[in-house]
Design a protein around this ligand. Structure first.
Ligand SMILES: O=C[C@H](O)COP(=O)(O)O
Length: 537
């Protein structure tokens, strides 16, 4: 564990590849296929990491970004609307293979920017360097897998159907102007998890990067401009002032947002016809682990440590509450505290580091308050040094015994605080999961097949992924990723997301010989599908 005076005794302690010597001043945005100069207000972007200058610790100035206003929001809407052109624009009518080519060209350019994107991510959100690399590479893989999935989908869905005397060609069609907004914890990957399927399916998009993790979009701006037709990708920076007119315009047909349930609800209501707005959302979660008496303790502990504390607990899929059978809870806590030694605290570029500075303002105070509230209601911090604060670093705090009177029992902490609840009867965690406002995932740790089986069936009807002897997680990205209740809308995984960003339409005709010829002719001239020869009658 690093002590406060070894973290950053001086600036030169930062390894060279990670230095940011010159702040990145972003004074352009992408609209209508052009990089436009921004002459208005700029936001000063500071690092999650506090560094020492003349012995005084403060966040480092990383650069600045436009804070775009209502007029810019309206301009972004107009650009996207032109690209859509009532579904008759270049992009929505382009052939699938041509769209894929644009995305592939962009991917090559994106790979060239890897080092810079990763470096900015490390500084802006404090994510460990290796995890930033994984995020980048996972994004590239997501793009490639989505392209493959689109080829399969297109072939499967572009065949002729003859049913009850009706000829039909079923087509996957785009939905229209789309607003993509990712979260700070996966600023690249989770923005692209909506952006790429939206584009592949023919939708023009506005990207609004998250509050933290936005500078890393700057190295991609020229690639977006060069690789896509005008107006297909619009990249704007700002806050509510920018987003409000975009949604209020009524032009946006799809809101793709990963973040809090509250923000999603507020945004949805900005649209003049909220029911018409398709929302593809990845929201909050309070995933529980249930550790039964029969559990393999080594496995349960190592999965629980990693599941609750990877990227300092800032994952929607993190285990945010641990229910442990009362007969094994003492052993579980003892081993959990041992396991915490693998959660090295330090700077994101330190080898093997897992717990890093938190980027959100006010987060340290929030977590400190959660711990104090739990203590006031009878819990203790059971790991030595837990809850200690070292500038923007929060040392993981394991709280025990936690109960329903405490805030941490209910709230999504999204940080390195681990509440442990003892239980006698498995009804307790089951009831917790049933009554939760969220329904993303859960984990069961047990070595008893009958016991697992009895839990799995009721639980798959409460959450969208039941993990057996395994932590909660999103990947592999070809697996469905969604949630019930306030946790999600739509499914954000390879393939499933392509379906979310499109609609099945069909061209149908009375099954006469004349119409058969007619539909074949239409199929020959229609560009939006691959139209393999087996499609043409
Ligand atoms: O923050 C939510 C992410 O979707 C979690 O993804 P992950 O399970 O791969 O860390």
């Amino acid at each position: 564990m690093s002590s406060s005076n070894t973290l950053f005794s001086e600036e030169s302690a930062i390894p060279d590849p990670f230095r940011i010597d010159t702040p990145l001043e972003v004074s352009e945005y992408l609209l209508d296929g052009r990089l436009e100069p921004w002459e208005g207000e700029l936001q000063r972007i500071e690092s999650a990491i506090e560094t020492a200058v003349d012995g005084v610790y403060a966040p480092k100035h990383l650069g600045s970004c436009p804070v775009m206003d209502e007029a810019a929001g309206a301009a972004a809407v107009a650009s996207t609307k032109r690209a859509w052109n009532n579904g008759m624009g270049l992009w929505p009518t382009l052939s699938v293979d041509a769209r894929i080519k644009h995305v592939e060209d962009f991917t090559h350019r994106m790979i060239e920017a890897r080092d810079e994107v990763v470096r900015l991510m490390v500084w802006e959100i404090g994510k460990p360097y290796k995890e930033c690399c994984v995020e980048f590479d996972r994004t590239i893989e997501y793009i490639r897998d989505s392209i493959d999935a689109l080829k399969d989908l297109d072939r499967a869905s572009s065949r002729f159907v003859i049913e009850s005397g009706i000829y039909a060609q079923i087509r996957r069609a785009p939905l229209g102007p789309t607003l993509c907004m990712g979260p700070y914890n996966y600023p690249l990957n989770e923005t692209f998890a909506t952006l790429i399927p939206a584009l592949l399916m023919g939708n023009p998009v506005i990207i609004k990067p998250p509050r933290h993790g936005k500078l890393l979009f700057a190295p991609l701006m020229e690639a977006f401009r060069d690789c896509f037709p005008a107006g297909v990708v619009n990249l704007v920076f700002g806050n509510r002032r920018l987003v409000k007119p975009i949604l209020e315009s009524g032009v946006i047909n799809v809101l793709a947002f990963i973040g809090s349930s509250e923000a999603a609800n507020a945004m949805r209501l900005l649209h003049p016809s909220p029911n018409r707005l398709r929302c593809i959302l990845g929201l909050g979660a309070k995933n529980a682990a249930v550790v039964m008496e029969s559990a393999d303790m080594d496995l349960a502990v190592s999965e629980a440590v990693s599941g609750s504390l990877s990227f300092s607990g800032q994952r929607c899929t993190a285990l945010k509450i641990l229910f442990v059978h009362e007969n094994v809870v003492d052993e579980f806590i003892r081993r959990f505290n041992e396991g915490l030694k693998t959660m090295t605290i330090g700077m994101p570029w330190d080898e093997g580091v897992r717990i890093t500075p938190l980027p959100e303002p006010g987060k340290i105070e929030y977590l400190t308050d959660l711990v104090a509230d739990a203590e006031a209601h009878g819990a203790r911090v059971v790991n030595p040094g837990g809850g200690a604060v070292d500038r923007s670093l929060f040392h993981p705090a394991v709280l025990y015994p936690v109960n329903g009177e405490m805030k941490v029992y209910h709230e999504e902490q999204f940080g390195p605080v681990v509440p442990i609840v003892p239980f006698k009867d498995v009804e307790t965690p089951i009831r917790y999961i049933i009554e939760s406002r969220y329904g993303q995932q859960m984990s069961i740790f047990s070595d008893d097949a009958a016991e697992v089986a009895s839990l799995v069936d009721p639980m798959v009807n409460q959450v969208c992924r039941v993990n057996v002897n395994c932590l909660c997680q999103r990947g592999p990205d070809v697996f469905p990723f969604t949630g019930r209740k306030d946790s999600a809308e739509g499914t954000l995984s390879v393939g499933d997301a392509l379906r979310c960003f499109s609609i099945r339409t069909l061209v149908a005709a009375k099954g006469t010989p004349r119409n058969k010829t007619l539909l074949s002719d239409i199929a020959r001239t229609h560009k939006s599908n691959f139209l393999s020869t087996d499609f043409i009658m």
